[in-house]
Design a protein around this ligand. Structure first.
Ligand SMILES: [Zn+2]
Length: 121
């Protein structure tokens, strides 16, 4: 794990502990690398403005790798889990019947593709 920071050590130790608990729970293999930059930028979006990648994303990875990059401090633990799903190639391909089932369970209407962000096209 590589961490770039300027914060109190106790907070960092607590965050590192949570990070390792998440990786253990997920089953990440030894050597799995988390690049964690803890940049204090928020996801705030002005009213009536559609969010872009800069407001939505907090990290990235490549499928099938043992490495994730988390740059945003806000929701870093959620982003870590999300990026691990990609890194460990757990992405799924939703079938047409699954999409129809979800649309039906939500009361009709068309699902947005964004709901399947972790799904392969
Ligand atoms: Zn993603």
């Amino acid at each position: 794990m590589y961490i770039w920071l300027n914060v109190d050590p106790e907070s960092v130790l607590n965050e590192v502990s949570l990070c390792f608990r998440i990786l253990e729970f997920i089953g990440a293999s030894p050597g799995f690398c988390v690049n964690w930059w803890r940049i204090p930028i928020s996801r705030n979006v002005a009213p009536n403005v559609f969010p872009t990648r800069s407001e939505v994303n907090g990290g990235w990875t490549r499928s099938g790798t043992n490495e994730v990059f988390i740059y945003r401090f806000e929701e870093w633990d959620r982003v870590l889990i999300h990026e691990c799903i990609h890194a460990l190639s757990w992405d799924v391909s939703p079938t047409l019947s699954l999409k129809k089932c979800l649309e039906h369970s939500l009361g009709g209407g068309k699902l947005m593709d964004a709901l399947f962000e972790a799904a392969r096209a």
